[in-house]
Design a protein around this ligand. Structure first.
Ligand code: GAR
Length: 210
């Protein structure tokens, strides 16, 4: 990525607290990134309102407005491309992107997941961790591939599970850690670049680990 701020397109489906953390970080000098657009798969969510308040352009692509999931995916890829992203950040985006999206944006799309991959992939990371009875869970930032939360791992943070946790309390604690992880890792990706070497992700622009 270049010396000018990296262009981030952020996709959301809900409250957008991770998006907000990125918006706040991008407002700090030297962070090295700017959110150029926020997209969603549904209307009326706080994530879109947060973007609006920050003066960031938004777009909505509903699966139900398309004849097929593939058509939705192609249009999503096209609209995102129109914003010329250096990095696409899925921040609570509750849809899997497909072939067309990965063909256009694979390798520069990251997703944040509320569990320590490879444990508990899917839509219910905190609930699944609680049901399994793990004592430590957390969050993972990964480079999106064709699987469900299977991509190469950029960053992880561990979070302890308390005996009296509910899904809601655990998820809130994870989200606190997730926002810090996301801001830190996306900032480093923007400022330092990153290399995906098989399953290993390194910050920096050279192939050799320093
Ligand atoms: C985050 O915990 C994110 O990891 C999760 O949704 C939450 C969104 O919170 N994403 C997934 O579970 C995707 N599998 P936010 O809208 O407040 O940023």
């Amino acid at each position: 990525m270049s010396a000018s701020p990296a262009r981030l397109v952020v996709l959301v489906s809900g409250s957008g607290t991770n998006l907000q953390a990125l918006l706040d970080a991008c407002g700090e000098s030297g962070y090295g990134a700017e959110v150029v657009a926020v997209g969603a798969d549904r209307d009326g969510i706080e994530g879109l309102a947060r973007a609006g308040r920050a003066g960031v352009p938004t777009f909505v692509q509903r699966v139900s407005d398309f004849d097929s999931r593939a058509a939705w995916d192609e249009e999503l890829a096209r609209v995102v491309e129109g914003h010329r992203p250096d990095l696409v950040v899925l921040a609570g985006f509750m849809k899997l992107v497909g072939e067309a999206f990965l063909a256009a944006h694979g390798g520069r799309t990251v997703n944040t997941h509320p569990a320590l991959s490879p444990s508990f992939p899917g839509m219910h990371g905190p609930a699944d961790a609680l049901a399994y009875g793990v004592k430590v869970t957390g969050c993972t930032l990964f480079v999106v591939d064709a699987g469900v939360d299977t991509g190469a791992i950029v960053a992880q943070t561990a979070v302890a599970v308390s005996d009296d946790d509910t899904e809601a309390t655990l998820h809130e604690r994870i989200k606190g850690a997730e926002r810090v992880m996301l801001v830190d890792a996306v900032g480093r990706m923007a400022r330092e670049g990153f290399i995906v070497d098989g399953r290993r992700v390194r910050f920096g622009r050279t192939a050799d680990p320093q």
